[in-house]
Design a protein around this ligand. Sequence first.
Ligand code: SF4
Ligand code: MG
Length: 332
Amino acid sequence: MALLEVNNLEVCFGLRKGEVKALRNIDFKIERGERIGIVGESGAGKSVLGFSIINLISQPGYVSQGEVMFEGQNLAKMNHQQLRSIRGNRISMIFQDPMMTLNPVLTIGDQMVECLMEHRTISKQDARNIAVQKLQQVYIPSPETRLDQYPHELSGGMRQRVVIAIGLLMDPDIIIADEPTTALDVTIQAEIMELMLELCERNNVALILITHDLGVVSQVTQRTFVMYAGRIIEQGPTKEIINDAQHPYTQGLINALPQMGVRGKRLHQIRGAMPSLQSVPVGCAFRERCDYAIENCSHNVPDFTESGGCKVACHMVAELKREEQAVKLEIK
Ligand code: SF4
Ligand code: MG
C-alpha cells in the first residue's frame, strides 16, 4: 500500500455564479520517503490540491468526489478531531510565507513547545529539548538563544528554517511544501531547498513540493506532475519531464526556463494565459495556446497516453513523438 493515495479527486467551489471545479480527476500515489513535485502556473490548482490533501480547503470549497487515502484511511471523510491527529503530526505543511505558520506575538520556543505539547504528553523541558534539536537539524546557530526570540527578530531565510523545523517537529511521514522558497532571495532559495532535500532523505520523509519553478523540482524531486487548469496533464520521472517533456504545455514551461550559462538566448513565453477555472473551455483546456491543436482538441478532454516512461494527456502525443524522432534522425 502506498503511503498516500489520491484517487479521482475532484474539488468544487460553490460560488454565487455557480459551481466551479477547481480540481478534476486527480490521481497519484506517493511512497514513504519519496519526493514528488506538483508544477504549473499560478491558478492551475496546485495550492488547492495541497490543501485538499489534508482536508483544509475552506468554504465555499469542498471535495465533491474521490478520496485521499493515508495508510488506508480516507482523509476526505474525516471529522475535525480525527484530522487533528494527522495534520501537523503525520502530515505537515510548509507555506511560502513563514508568517502563515509563525505567530508574531509568541517566541519561537513557545510556539514549538506549544505544538509539541498539543500532540504529545511530554514535559515542557522535554519539549524544549526537542525544539533545540530540531533547530540544530536545520542548522540554526545558537538554537537556545533563538528559542527566546520573536519571528521578526530573524531574517527571512532563518524564519523559513524555523518553519521547516516546526514542520519536522512531530517527525511527520509527509511534508507538503507550497512554494517554500518563493519569497526568498535566489541564493537562500537554493540553500533552503538543499536543506529540505537533506532532511527528507535523512528522516525518510515523503515530500510533496508544490511550485511554479521547474528548476526547484529538478533539484529535489524524483517524480513530477504538471498541472493545468485544475488537471494533471503530464506525469513521470522528473528527469524525463525535464529532459524530454512531451505535453506542449510542459514543453512551453521548459522553453521559458533561463538556461544556465546560455546568455542572450531569447526565452519563449507561452502565448496567452491559462483560462480561469470558471471558464475552462470544452475539450483540452490548453488548446487556445497550443500550436498543435487539431479539431478533436476542441471537443474531447484527452486521456493519458503512456509514452516514453511518462503519462501525457494530449491527443497529439504520438505524432509529436514521431516528429521529434524524425528531427533527431535528421540531425544525426
Ligand atoms: Fe494541444 Fe490538442 Fe494536445 Fe491539447 S490535446 S495539448 S490542444 S495538441
Ligand atoms: Mg499557489
